[in-house]
Design a protein around this ligand. Structure first.
Ligand SMILES: Nc1ncnc2c1ncn2[C@@H]1O[C@H](COP(=O)(O)OP(=O)(O)OP(=O)(O)O)[C@@H](O)[C@H]1O
Ligand SMILES: [Mg+2]
Length: 182
């Protein structure tokens, strides 16, 4: 099943002097087993759109269905949606909240009841171009590119069905970008 974005609009600070309409009547069907790229100038609403996909932002108008589950069903289904959609934030430091890289990598699998072995962790680290010496590091002491790699690893750790990268190349050097084909 797809991710369906139906007539979605999103306005920040509605009814205040700071009111900003970031999304206006967006329709989009994201099919399985496909890769999509969204391009748009600064402030055009890319991050806002991405954050509506897994219910971080709930549009007042329109609806988002993830494999048929509406992001508006916050009470029952938001965990099911977050388990399906892994989000790599534009600013990785917004994603971290635990004192070590190892704990960051173990958090989501534990939260979603998914097994992850020591070997899985080492394979994921290898995939993002890091090694086991990073496991004991505090994520906030990493370089920007290392943070970005850990952020990607922490999403891969629970193997979500969909992965959304907000600004996929931010913080990655040439070899890092080439590794992901971007
Ligand atoms: N928390 C917020 N409160 C008020 N306005 C916001 C907020 N977040 C974003 N905006 C506004 O919404 C619009 C879209 O912002 P958004 O971050 O989605 O753009 P973007 O396409 O991701 O930009 P960039 O390429 O710079 O990352 C902008 O005009 C921005 O100023
Ligand atoms: Mg953005």
């Amino acid at each position: 099943m797809p991710i369906e974005i139906k007539n979605v609009s999103y306005t920040y600070a509605e009814g205040t002097p700071f009111e900003t309409t970031a999304l206006k009547d967006i329709n989009w069907k994201i099919t399985e087993n496909s890769m999509w790229v969204v391009l748009g100038k600064t402030g055009s609403g890319k991050t806002t759109l991405i954050q509506t996909l897994n219910g971080l932002l709930i549009p007042k108008n329109g609806e988002i269905l993830v494999d048929g589950i509406s992001t508006k069903d916050q009470k029952n289904d938001i965990k099911k949606i977050r388990e399906r959609i892994g989000l790599v934030f534009q600013y990785p430091e917004n994603q971290f909240f635990l004192p070590t890289v190892l704990e960051e990598l173990l958090y989501a699998p534990k939260n979603f009841n998914k097994n992850i072995s020591q070997n899985d962790i080492l394979n994921i680290l290898n995939l993002v171009g890091l090694n086991r010496s990073f496991l004991g590091r505090n994520p906030f002491t990493l370089s920007g590119g290392e943070m970005r790699r850990v952020a990607i690893a922490s999403v891969l750790s629970y193997n979500p069905k969909y992965i959304v990268f907000d600004e996929p190349t931010v913080g990655l050097d040439y070899s890092g970008r080439k590794k992901y084909g971007i």
